[in-house]
Design a protein around this ligand. Structure first.
Ligand code: FES
Ligand code: FES
Length: 238
C-alpha cells in the first residue's frame, strides 16, 4: 500500500503570516511611503541649499588702486604733469586728467577717428596709444587749433561756412585730422590716391581729400561739406 500523504489544514496564525508576507499592511505601506519621501527629499534639500548659496552675492574683492606714474606732456602749448596709471590711454588722460573734453571718445578702438589729436606733428587716434608713451611730446587737441581769443583757425571757419557738420560729435577729430592733412600735403606726402607719388599734386582733389580723411567717420554723413571745407582751405593757402 502506498503511504498516505497527510495534508493538515493551515492554522489561522500561519494564514495571517503568509498573507502579511504577500500583501503589505496599511502600517507597512505608510512606513515605506514615509521612508521614500525622506530619501526623495534629501537631494531636494541639498539642491535648495546650493541655490541659496548661489543666490548669495559673492563678496567683491577689495578695491586696490593700481600704481601710478608721472607723465609730462605739452598740451596746446601748456605744460602738464599728470599722474596716471600706466594703462591710461592718451584719450583718457586728455579727457579725465587734463580736463580737455573737446577730444571725443566714439568707439575707443581705433575705428571712428573721433579721438584724433596731433602728437609730435602726426595725427593719431588717441584711444589707441598710452599716455606714458608720449612723455615730453607736444600734443595739439581741438582746443589748441585756434590762435586764441575769439579767433578761429581757417579750417574751423571753413567748417562753419561750408556747413561741414550736423551733430558735431566727429568734428574735433575731423578738424585735427584735416589740419594735419594740409600740413602733410604741403610737405609732399603722397596718399593711396596720389596718381604719381614722385610729385606733389598741384591741388588736393576730392578723391585725395576723401582718401586722406578716410579714418574719420561722420555718422551724420556731412562728408561732401567736409571735403569742400578742406579743399577750400588747402587751395586758398597754396
Ligand atoms: S574713439 Fe578712437 S578711433 Fe574711435
Ligand atoms: S557731424 Fe555728426 S557725426 Fe559728424
Amino acid at each position: 500500500m502506498s503511504p498516505v500523504k497527510t495534508l493538515s489544514p493551515l492554522s489561522p496564525d500561519t494564514r495571517d503570516t503568509d498573507d502579511a508576507a504577500q500583501k503589505p499592511s496599511r502600517r507597512r505601506f505608510l512606513q515605506s511611503a514615509a521612508a521614500s519621501a525622506a530619501v526623495a527629499a534629501a537631494p531636494l534639500a541639498s539642491t535648495a541649499r546650493a541655490q541659496q548659496q548661489a543666490a548669495t552675492p559673492a563678496v567683491a574683492p577689495p578695491v586696490t588702486s593700481a600704481p601710478t606714474m608721472p607723465v609730462k606732456l605739452t598740451i596746446n602749448g601748456h605744460p602738464y604733469e599728470l599722474q596716471v596709471e600706466a594703462r591710461t590711454t592718451l584719450l583718457d588722460a586728455l579727457r579725465e586728467y587734463a580736463d580737455l573734453t573737446g577730444t571725443k571718445k566714439g568707439c575707443d578702438r581705433g575705428q571712428c577717428g573721433a579721438c584724433t589729436v596731433i602728437a609730435g606733428g602726426r595725427r593719431i587716434n588717441s584711444c589707441l596709444t598710452l599716455a606714458v608713451m608720449h612723455e615730453g611730446e607736444s600734443i595739439t587737441t581741438v582746443e589748441g587749433l585756434a590762435p586764441g581769443g575769439d579767433a578761429l583757425s581757417p579750417l574751423q571757419r571753413a567748417f562753419i561756412e561750408k556747413d561741414a557738420f550736423q551733430c558735431g560729435y566727429c568734428t574735433p577729430g575731423q578738424l585735427c585730422s584735416a589740419t594735419a592733412l594740409i600740413d602733410e600735403y604741403r610737405a609732399g606726402d603722397a596718399s593711396a590716391a596720389t596718381a604719381d607719388v614722385r610729385f606733389r599734386p598741384a591741388q588736393l582733389s576730392d578723391d585725395e581729400i576723401r582718401e586722406r580723411m578716410s579714418g574719420n567717420i561722420c555718422r551724420c554723413g556731412a562728408y561732401p561739406n567736409i571735403v569742400a571745407a578742406v579743399k577750400f582751405v588747402a587751395s586758398s593757402q597754396g
